[in-house]
Structure formats: C-alpha cells, structure tokens
Write a protein that binds this ligand. Sequence first.
Ligand SMILES: [Zn+2]
Ligand SMILES: [Zn+2]
Length: 224
Amino acid sequence: MDEISLDKRIDLHMHSLFSDGELLPSELARRAHVLDHDTIAITDHIDSSNIETIPNLIGAIEDINDNWDINVLPGAEITHAPVEVISKLADRARNLGAKIVVVHGETLAEPVIKGTNFVAVECGDVDILAHPGLITEEEVEIAKKNNVTLEISGRRGHSLSNGHVAKIGVEVGADLIVDTDSHSPDDLITFQEAKLIGLGAGLAEKEVMKALVDNPKKIIKRRK
Ligand SMILES: [Zn+2]
Ligand SMILES: [Zn+2]
C-alpha cells in the first residue's frame, strides 16, 4: 500500500444495503472511486442475528476488487451487542473473513450500552472503536496498548465528541482515524474534506495526516 499518494482517501467505516446503508457495495465503491478513494471498508452493522452475512458481503465485493481500481475490504461493525458477547462476535467476524472489525462505541448520539468502549479496547480482534463519545483516559491507554484505533467521525451526532477524542488521543499517543460512517451517497467525502474534519476536531496538521494516511495504512497492513 506504500504507493498511496497523500491525496488518496482511505475510509474504513461505511455501510451498504447489507445493513442500513442506502447503496449496494458496488454503488458505494463507484462513488468512492470517483471521489478518489484508494481503499474503503464496508463495515455493516452486525450482532449475533446477522453475523453470518459476512461471507455474502465478501462474495459481493469480489467482482469490484477484480475489475475496478479501488480496494474494497470486507468488514463489520459490531453494534449494540451485549458487552458480554462483543469479543466473541469480533472473533467470529474475523473467522468469517472480516478484515476490518469496528465496534459501535459509546457515541453521545445514542444510548449505547455502558462498558462497550472498555470491552472494545480490551479485545485484541477490534481494529477501530467508532465514535467513542466521552472515552476515558484509562480506555485510551488500553486502546494504545492493543492497537485499537479511535475514530474521529464525519457523521452528524457522532461527531459531537470529536474534540474530546482528538485531545485525549493525542495526549495518550493512541492512533486516530477520520472515517465518515457513510450510510448515504452524500456522506462520502474527499481527502480535503476529511482533512478539515481532523483540523476541526483540534488536531494539528501533522496529526491529521497520520489519521488520514499512516494509521489506516497501518491497520490494513496488520490485517492483510
Ligand atoms: Zn456506529
Ligand atoms: Zn457505522
């Protein structure tokens, strides 16, 4: 992945019709390609009820990866699952072929079960803790130790705590990533827009570039 130029976008948190997104994986990939994305991960919402759909998603993106100049990674976002089963679901998702495992964190915009952030950072199978709300310093320390990347969200509502996540992430030295959590065509953004979201969260330019380029590449390399 070393050939990625600085203006190629990588977005590792997006939804398709496999859950509550509006677009087929191919439509999502097509729009991402036009907006100059190098790589996207399709991370549809899962829990025990639909985790077995991951192989279908993998089948759905094979044609895209074979024929188009964009990398589409199969993933999953463990969403509103009881905290007791999150690590089991992460392990299962991984075994079913998910390359990018996201956990739907304790956003300020929804009543996510308390303790979700903690088990997500503790579990070695999770790559990204999405929209982690008012994540604690202790949890950020654990995320750093376990290579769990914390999300700066482009999504309305989830983005309310971006400033807090950016500040505590930089203080502790945990990895950050700017993802859109796209559900609709209008949610996709360019590299430049992602940069503004990082700056708007209070990150310095150098930290923004790490969040847009180095950190997503690190996750992809780890899970290849
Ligand atoms: Zn989410
Ligand atoms: Zn999401």
